[in-house]
Design a protein around this ligand. Structure first.
Ligand code: HEC
Ligand code: HEC
Ligand code: HEC
Ligand code: HEC
Length: 499
């Protein structure tokens, strides 16, 4: 839910940086065939080089962007920028086996499946089963014009999506079905492992996916703290979804589309074969994001009122949610009163926690559940998984960064040219080449990547190491960044515009 909100918030930014993404992808790729010749901004020319998997020629008059159609099939409201539907799709009540409700019931994929085969495919059993038919046969037999009519309720008034989507979106959906549908079974063996080869898949992965998902595919967690979901999980558990997302991209994000990059079915199969070898283990515990803003990570409301210890200081005049963030009392540099929060508006006088990294797990638990100090009790909010993640963070992941940043905020060394390559390979895809595609502040007081890098290098290192709570920003640690990478990145990010 939270993630979707954030995706929608950045949708505008995504459009801005889309051209950048493809430019970036093209430079990462040495293969001439994978560089798109046309920018995707003009819908009618978006897929000039795609070989349609079905040979029917699109009707004159229907022109649009079938790749966008594939994203609409996944989660149309994220793509069109509409509110998430709150009631059930009218057809939903005609089945009872799938007990989801609300927005999910409006996703084309929820009724027709990631394999487009509905009840005859993967959704023929399990919690997603509805009994509804697939679209694969219709997509082959019917024209785009007929498919468009079905989306407007020609066959069943309850299947009218023209009330929730504009005409162009419906056309894009019809073209998606008519021109680009691939039977994922053709890439899968009977045990649902890929028919492709992991070797070439690894090369493809390293060319593109690695920059956001990390070498092991675990830099972005699609699940949550209690139930991790990395590329390795999805590739094994739901290869149909994997194939769809890799071909069309992920709605509301800048994840590239394999179709736009002109990848062959063989290349998709190879990628899947590699993805099916990736780890299901996390590279970071998630504790770093909890330290930053724990309620965003676990998806609850921030506690009301001030944290009880807050009353024991008067210098930091913030109130409410802020007072519950670990970082607000212990600092982005983990040094509390001995570090950057030793003066200025964040000053509390509270101690740092760097030396707690050698503390035994039992003692750290006792700190977090109030046994050491009843006013330092987070156990009513944080379950065992979250407490354990924080313990791992304190013991293993929290680092003294005084070898990267001096006490006065100046930085030590770093090669901006090397930093620029890292920035353009990864960060620029979401934040834009100048780091300004998303504003973390507001119109009057803008805050961009460059602003944070200059004003708060400790926060920069923390956020880039662990990712931004409640969003899909990858973890730099899981991307394989070393101390050297952080130096280089900071050196470059500090040259970006701050306003
Ligand atoms: C709530 C479930 C549901 C959702 C959501 C849904 N459909 Fe359907 N769809 C159906 C049902 C039920 C049928 C009728 C199947 C039949 O003929 O028995 C159908 C029929 C179709 C057909 C015609 C199939 C044929 O064989 O004639 C197409 C094409 C189609 N849907 C596409 C879509 C697309 C694209 C979306 C997303 C915009 C979508 N559907 C969303 C339930 C759904
Ligand atoms: C520019 C960054 C970027 C690149 C490059 C990228 N992805 Fe993604 N990918 C994302 C984001 C962001 C998400 C959304 C994560 C979320 O919703 O939590 C995502 C989601 C996914 C998902 C769906 C997860 C789910 O369950 O919803 C899969 C599968 C995936 N990516 C695979 C790949 C593969 C394979 C490649 C390389 C071909 C790739 N990605 C390249 C950013 C990227
Ligand atoms: C409102 C301010 C505040 C917040 C929020 C806060 N702490 Fe503390 N923390 C303190 C104070 C003050 C102490 C020392 C208390 C004492 O000496 O009794 C402390 C002590 C600790 C200690 C023991 C340090 C040592 O070396 O003995 C650890 C570890 C710790 N906090 C971690 C956390 C974590 C993790 C979070 C977030 C879940 C957090 N704290 C949130 C104020 C805070
Ligand atoms: C897949 C997209 C994605 C990638 C890649 C990405 N970020 Fe982010 N980043 C986000 C999102 C989303 C936010 C949250 C924005 C918000 O809260 O408004 C964010 C937030 C941030 C923030 C913190 C803003 C704050 O709240 O103070 C910083 C700093 C940042 N990113 C830097 C980077 C750097 C540096 C890189 C490259 C190493 C990077 N990001 C890569 C999506 C991404």
């Amino acid at each position: 839910m939270k993630k979707h909100l954030k995706s929608m918030m950045i949708a505008a930014g995504v459009i801005l940086v889309f051209a950048v993404v493809l430019a970036g992808c093209a430079t990462q790729s040495s293969s001439p065939t994978s560089a798109p010749t046309q920018p995707p901004a003009k819908p009618t020319t978006a897929v000039p080089t795609v070989a349609p998997t079905n040979t029917s020629v699109p009707e004159p008059g229907l022109s649009g962007n079938p790749v966008r159609g594939g994203l609409l099939y996944d989660e149309w409201w994220v793509v069109v920028g509409a509110d998430e539907p709150s009631s059930d799709q009218p057809l939903w009540k005609t089945q009872s086996t799938n007990t989801r409700s609300g927005a999910d019931t409006w996703r084309c994929k929820e009724c027709h499946g990631w394999d487009y085969k509905g009840v005859d495919g993967a959704y023929g059993s399990g919690s997603h089963m509805t009994g509804f038919a697939g679209i694969f046969t219709a997509a082959q037999d019917k024209s785009a014009v007929e498919l468009l009519a079905i989306l407007k309720g020609s066959a069943n008034a309850d299947h009218d999506f023209s009330k929730v989507m504009d005409e162009q979106s419906l056309i894009d959906l019809a073209l998606f079905m008519d021109q680009t549908l691939l039977d994922p079974a053709t890439l899968l063996k009977s045990d649902n492992t890929s028919t492709g080869e992991a070797g070439p898949g690894l090369a493809k992965f390293a060319e593109i996916c690695l920059f956001c998902h990390g070498p092991q595919g675990n830099a972005i967690n699609f699940g949550n703290l209690d139930e991790l979901e990395f590329i390795g999980h999805l590739a094994e558990d739901n290869p149909w979804e994997f194939i769809h997302k890799v071909r069309y991209g992920q709605p509301g994000t800048v994840m590239p589309s394999g179709i736009l990059l002109n990848w062959s079915d063989q290349e998709i199969a190879d990628l899947l074969a590699h993805a099916q070898t990736l780890t299901k283990e996390p590279m970071v515990s998630g504790g770093g994001q909890l330290y930053d803003e724990w309620w965003d990570v676990i998806g609850v409301e921030a506690p009301a009122g001030d944290q009880p210890l807050w009353a024991s200081q008067t210098t930091n005049t913030r109130t409410g949610a802020d007072t519950w963030r670990c970082k607000e009392c212990h600092g982005w540099d983990y040094k509390g009163a001995e570090g950057a929060y030793g003066s200025g508006s964040h000053q509390t006088g509270f101690a740092g926690i760097l030396s707690a990294s050698s503390m035994a797990s039992e003692d750290l638990t006792a700190w977090l559940n109030g046994q050491k100090n009843p006013d330092h009790d987070f156990s009513q909010y944080l379950d065992e998984t979250a407490i354990n993640a924080l313990i791992t963070f304190v013991q293993k992941e929290m680092k003294d960064v005084s070898t990267i940043v001096n006490a006065d905020g100046s930085i030590i060394g770093g090669d901006p040219a090397r930093g620029q390559r890292v920035f353009e390979g990864t960060c620029a895809k979401c934040h834009g080449a100048d780091g300004k595609a998303m504003n973390f502040g507001n119109a009057e007081e803008p805050e961009f990547v460059g602003t944070i890098a200059v004003e708060n290098p400790w926060e920069f290192i923390h956020k880039v190491s662990f990712g931004q709570p409640g969003t899909f920003m990858p973890s730099g640690i899981a991307l394989g960044y070393t101390e050297e990478t952080f130096r280089d990145l900071l050196a470059y990010a500090r040259t970006l515009p701050v306003k």
